[in-house]
Design a protein around this ligand. Structure first.
Ligand SMILES: Cc1cc2nc3c(=O)[nH]c(=O)nc-3n(C[C@H](O)[C@H](O)[C@H](O)COP(=O)(O)OP(=O)(O)OC[C@H]3O[C@@H](n4cnc5c(N)ncnc54)[C@H](O)[C@@H]3O)c2cc1C
Length: 740
């Protein structure tokens, strides 16, 4: 046996999505990182060993403009390019390559951390056993990140934690039980089937469960076409000790899986003769165990109230998604869901231990109540928390701060670092004093100023109320819709304020009108609604249902515009995943609509400072049609020359498009059409000469860093868009400029 010592700036234990993003986040800040993972592959529950699909703040389209940016965003975009059909092995590769691309990370696979050493209440090292190599490795670093899901590191270090469910009285959470208990969400084993092309037998093992003696056939959906995560409900062990009883739980889950398979193959109720088992998980996917206690415990109120934390470092959007303790045998529904009205924030104070001063935590073990954990636990959210912890660990170390000091005394350092990394935060404007672009005047060769979609692709009866989200800057002074009217009628149209910049539902009525429309086809009707919000904001325009009216639809929509149809859900739909009164319609398409007058929604100024993601509007510059301005330019001009060392260009990767393809969701484009494909960047020196800074071809990424070989004194910077990946106009989310 060999004994090794590894010294780094940060040790990350656990190579699930939280750990991967923590390691990459810190490495990109310049920290050396040991990433220690006890499985042979990266990805945790998302890996090919478990095959849970990566969900996040988009909540399968319930939330809008909500896809994560930062490292998780890069992983989504890369996976969509390499793996649009969602092959679990290709996903493993995407993760492995992302880690290997970082020279500051040393990856230790198959290395199970088992013990640790402390001094004065701080962790000094953790030690793991590398299976297959007979190595005992001790990892030394000034700070540690517990991203192990189960939280063994924090537990061994004496960090305070919770398991089970808090009583309702503790945080006044309506979804918490009256009496506290140790129930958690249980674990799951998934399976995949394939058509063998000819009849194949299945002889069940002696331990297969006879599921006809359980509530499973009545209460759960079993279908021959189902695979993988469709069987998320094969859950058990929530009433046991999910870790201590892991072996027993695995045995029970395997018995259930083979019992379900026996039922499918041999009960005679399914057309399954040609089906065979292609894959069955050997490692139970664990949902819940320790939740560490930080300086803030995120609660149901924070999530549903979308609390505006000063120290926000990430956002989520999944429903509070809780499961009955009995799991697969429970007679209740397998899950209940409560969606927030839009994305909610997560504070840095929930990402470190309150009593072990050098311990960061990220993933399913953060400081949250059981109820709030029900939403933060999805993997893209775990990933953005990981990135925040990675960045925070480096920023704190650079400035000699503890996690608590960074969160409560010097949070501006963290905010700037998050923004610079293009991390997934909402509602944070770029006021970074290091960003030279903020002092520049910005102009564009053209700007899309008269929002209009005029080419009809068909009609849709106005059978229910139909809402259109319309970004407004600075004011709306009427709009027109293209309609067919069967018989003369009066159409009611309302304008609502969604009240929060990340929400897209009609909440507060601002204006309404009734428009008399004569019978006829293809008529543009004037809707005299007006609104001048205090700051640029989204309006939600609601066309009230009218049996005499059909609206014309279009194959495209403008950035920032989405459509929702009203429905009256059945009372028993409440708290199901499908429950929502306004359902997204006309995905990637829209209505024929013209906005009266000019709009500044897509002005060049949006690419400087701002939010770098949709927030009360799309927050980007958009040129006129390329047919009219084929190679649009965006210019930054400084009153006095600046010393330029680096330019960061952030392009539009269309965060409305859900890229969750690891199970059954599919997205049509391997490369997002809104991304610029080719562009050139030039700088002008004090004598007026232009020289290249960078030339990008065949781009498929959102963020491109241009580090200059040598610093240059420049008075202007120009981005020339040469081609998009399919969008009819050039989009630029942000241009940032930094000193060397
Ligand atoms: C069946 C199931 C269905 C789910 N459904 C969804 C869903 O549809 N979408 C979604 O996004 N989320 C879903 N979740 C939740 C999600 O999978 C977890 O919350 C998420 O994986 C947590 O991420 P993580 O990085 O914190 O931990 P994990 O994914 O658990 O990763 C932690 C990693 O650390 C490793 N590790 C643990 N201990 C040690 C140690 N001592 N030394 C070294 N390494 C260690 C583990 O092996 C693991 O690989 C589901 C979970 C399950 C089980």
């Amino acid at each position: 046996m060999q004994q090794l010592d590894v010294h780094s700036d940060l040790t990350v234990v656990g190579g699930g999505l939280a750990g991967i993003c923590a390691a990459i986040g810190a490495a990109r800040q310049g920290s050396t990182v040991a990433l220690v993972q006890n499985r042979p592959v990266l990805g945790g529950n998302s890996s090919s060993e478990v095959r849970v699909w990566v969900c996040g703040a988009t909540a399968h389209g319930v939330q809008h403009f909500a896809r994560e940016t930062g490292i998780m965003g890069e992983l989504f975009v890369e996976n969509q390019y390499r793996n649009p059909e969602g092959n679990p092995y290709y996903w493993d590769l995407v993760l492995l390559e992302a880690v290997r691309a970082e020279p500051n990370i040393t990856l230790f696979l198959n290395t199970d951390v088992r013990t640790l050493a402390t001094a004065d209440g701080e962790i000094t090292s953790v030690t793991g056993w590398q299976m297959g190599s007979e190595k005992e490795i001790t990892f030394h670093s000034p700070v540690f990140a517990d991203c192990s899901g189960d939280g063994l590191v924090g537990h061994l270090a004496g960090a305070e934690y919770r398991t089970g469910r808090e009583p309702r009285s503790e945080y006044d959470e309506s979804w918490a039980p009256e009496i506290p208990d140790q129930n958690t969400l249980g674990s799951t084993i998934l399976f995949y089937t394939k058509d063998a092309g000819e009849p194949v037998r299945f002889v069940p093992p002696s331990f297969a469960k006879d599921i006809t003696e359980t509530a499973i056939p009545d209460r759960r959906v079993i279908r021959t076409e189902a695979n993988g995560c469709s069987y998320w409900w094969i859950e058990w062990g929530g009433e046991l000790d999910v870790v201590g009883d892991n072996e027993r739980i695995r045995d029970e889950l395997q018995a259930v899986v083979y019992g379900i398979w026996d039922y499918l193959k041999n009960s005679g109720r399914f057309d399954a003769d040609n089906l065979t088992l292609e894959w069955i998980g050997a490692v139970p996917g664990k949902r819940e165990y320790r939740r560490f206690v930080g300086d803030h415990v995120l609660t149901q109120h924070d999530v549903l109230g979308q609390a505006e934390f000063e120290d926000r470092v990430a956002f989520g959007g999944w429903s509070i998604d809780l499961h009955p303790p009995g799991g697969v045998y429970a007679s209740e529904r397998g899950s209940k869901h409560w969606h927030p009205d839009g994305n909610y924030h997560i504070p840095l104070r929930s990402l470190y231990s309150r009593n072990v001063p050098n311990l960061w935590v990220a993933g399913r073990n953060i400081s949250a109540s059981h109820v709030a954990f029900g939403t933060t636990r999805v993997m893209a959210t775990c990933a953005v928390l990981g990135e925040a912890v990675g960045i925070a660990s480096a920023v704190a170390a650079r400035n000699g701060l503890t996690p608590r000091q960074l969160a409560t005394e010097r949070f501006e350092l963290m905010r700037n670092a998050l923004r610079r990394a293009d991390a997934s935060v909402l509602g944070v404007v770029d006021d970074d004093p290091d960003n030279l672009a903020l002092a520049a005047t910005v102009t564009a060769s053209s700007t899309y100023r008269r929002p209009a979609v005029e080419v009809s692709a068909g009609t849709m009866p106005l059978a229910t109320d139909l809402a259109m989200v319309l970004p407004v800057d600075p004011a709306l002074d009427g709009l027109e819709f293209l309609v067919d009217v069967r018989e003369a009628t009066s159409l009611t149209v309302e304008l609502h304020d969604p009240l929060k910049p990340q929400n897209y539902l009609p909440v507060e009525l601002v204006d309404s009108c009734s428009v008399d429309v004569p019978a006829g086809e293809k008529r543009w009707i004037q809707v005299p609604l007006s609104w001048r919000p205090e700051v640029p904001a989204n309006a939600v325009i609601v066309l009230k249902a009218n049996p005499s009216v059909s609206v014309h639809t279009a194959e495209t929509a403008l950035p920032g515009m989405i459509y929702l149809a009203h429905r009256d859900p059945a009372p028993d739909e409440q708290y199901t995943e499908q429950f929502r009164e306004w359902k997204h319609v006309l995905r990637r398409a829209g209505l024929c609509v013209r906005v009266t007058g000019e709009s500044s929604v897509y002005s060049a100024e949006k690419a400087i400072g701002g939010h770098a993601r949709p927030y009360g509007g799309p927050q980007m510059w958009m040129s006129e049609d390329l047919a009219w301005d084929p190679e649009p330019t965006l210019d930054l001009t400084w009153p006095d020359p600046v010393e330029l060392g680096e330019v960061v260009v952030i392009l539009d990767d269309d965060v409305e498009e859900d890229l969750i393809n690891l199970h059954h969701h599919r997205s049509p484009n391997e490369i997002l059409p809104t991304l610029l494909r080719d562009y050139d960047l030039e700088a002008r020196d004090a004598s007026g000469n232009w020289a290249p800074v960078g030339s990008v071809r065949a781009n498929r990424r959102r963020r491109i860093n241009h580090v200059l070989d040598e610093p240059r004194s420049v008075s202007a910077l120009r981005l020339t868009a040469r081609a998009t990946n399919g969008a009819p106009r050039a989009h630029v989310v942000s241009v940032r400029a930094y000193r060397p």
